[in-house]
Design a protein. Structure first.
Length: 255
């Protein structure tokens, strides 16, 4: 079965990813994969370097971004919650040249019109520039998952239907990164069913996509964010497709 990593952070995801583009592409090539995406947080700074490195290695580059979506209007910059409640995460992938240009417009609007702690966009922007773009439900901070884990099923269902109306009927991929077995099962089993959305549902683990290169020190403190990066036992470069399928299948109810 063919496989591609579609949720990948590079060193351009500041304070979150230190996965080097050339190392990532080399690892994808080593694993025998023929395509890989780049989905940095809120920016497209690494897209050109990623595209050139991937093409040079004979890998198909999938250009994308994990954008921040405001809970209301992108222009609202007061009384919009605190912390992560100021925005949701959403992964967008360019399907074609039109999608690539629309993705650039979406990301630019986040900086020029919606910047509030993060470069945020809103439903209005997504509706205007949706053509040629595939949307994935992102990580635990995605709107669907966040509502489900809070016990707000109807709100999660409404969000899934809203994104489906914007981007068209397709497949929602759910991140399993950093969750307990119970949380993974809760997201997968309470995701709005296919019959209510008009499209199939699949589970996709992002634990293999949210990369950080193996760190030399036991931990690195980032003064700007206060986050500690704790290194894993091994390297957090892309892992083999077989391992990804095996891990996801433990929790997925759809074959």
């Amino acid at each position: 079965m063919s496989f591609a990593h579609l949720h990948v952070h590079t060193e351009y995801s500041l304070l979150d990813g230190s996965n080097k583009i050339k190392e990532c592409v080399a690892r994808v090539k080593e694993l025998g994969m023929n395509s890989v995406a780049i989905t940095d947080h809120g920016v497209m700074y690494g897209v050109i370097d990623f595209y050139r490195a991937a093409k040079a290695a004979g890998i198909k580059p999938v250009l994308g971004c994990e954008v921040y979506v405001a809970p209301g209007s992108r222009f609202d910059k007061e009384a919009v919650g605190s912390g992560d409640d100021r925005y949701y995460h959403l992964v967008l992938l360019a399907e074609n040249d039109i999608g690539y240009h629309n993705l650039m417009k979406i990301v630019s609007r986040g900086f020029t019109e919606g910047y509030y702690y993060k470069p945020r966009v809103d439903i209005e922007v997504l509706q205007e520039f949706h053509e040629g773009i595939i949307a994935l439900s992102a990580c635990l901070a995605g709107e669907v998952q966040k509502n489900i884990l809070r016990g707000m099923y109807e709100e999660g269902k409404a969000a899934a239907l809203r994104y489906q109306d914007i981007f068209g009927k397709g497949i929602w991929y759910h991140s399993l990164s950093g969750l307990s077995a119970g949380e993974k099962s809760q997201i997968l089993y309470q995701t709005p069913p296919p019959e209510s959305r008009g499209s199939p549902c699949r589970g996709c683990g992002a634990f293999f996509c949210h990369y950080k290169a193996a760190l030399q020190m036991c931990r690195i403190l980032s003064p700007a964010s206060g986050f500690f990066f704790l290194p894993p036992a091994g390297n957090f470069l892309p892992i083999a497709a077989e391992s990804c399928h095996r891990r996801v299948s433990r929790f997925s109810r759809h074959n």
